[in-house]
Design a protein around this ligand. Structure first.
Ligand SMILES: Cc1cc2nc3c(=O)[nH]c(=O)nc-3n(C[C@H](O)[C@H](O)[C@H](O)COP(=O)(O)O)c2cc1C
Length: 128
């Protein structure tokens, strides 16, 4: 079966939050819709539930290294939906502390430019 690309709406804003270990604690409705999961299916799962095999490990190493240094990470991510289709996002991942003072992370994603995707696909291929 041929998997298809899902192109985000121009004004898409996909949000998810994790604990300090990358376990999903929240996702907004748009994230759930695009990823094709119900919120209950996501909460408690590791965020690699939407990981696409085309993503190089080094991209996530960089993400984790950056947020653990209390910095904001930005980058292009190819994700896999529940049915196996894929969608590209431009993600900004923030570290923050919740009301209990626990370290958490939040990712806010928007639609990337198609030109950027062609470039990043080549770069990610060379990193794999
Ligand atoms: C807030 C936050 C959001 C994340 N969002 C994604 C995501 O959308 N897709 C993804 O593949 N990994 C995401 N990750 C990274 C995953 O935690 C994980 O490192 C990655 O999927 C690689 O999986 P692996 O460590 O099992 O190789 C996110 C991490 C954090 C902290």
């Amino acid at each position: 079966m041929q998997y298809r690309e899902k192109i985000l709406n121009d004004n898409a804003f996909l949000v998810s939050e994790t604990d300090s270990k990358g376990i999903i604690t929240y996702a907004n409705e748009e994230f759930c819709n695009v990823a094709e999961y119900k919120l209950e299916e996501l909460v408690g799962m590791p965020h690699n539930i939407v990981r696409h095999d085309d993503m190089p490990k080094a991209a996530f190493d960089d993400l984790w290294k950056t947020v653990k240094e209390d910095k904001v990470w930005q980058g292009f991510v190819k994700n896999k939906s529940k049915s196996g289709n894929f969608y590209w996002v431009y993600a900004t991942v923030y570290p923050y502390k919740n009301e209990k003072g626990e370290l958490c992370y939040m990712s806010c994603r928007r639609k990337p430019r198609q030109n950027d995707i062609s470039e990043i696909e080549k770069r990610y291929k060379s990193m794999r």
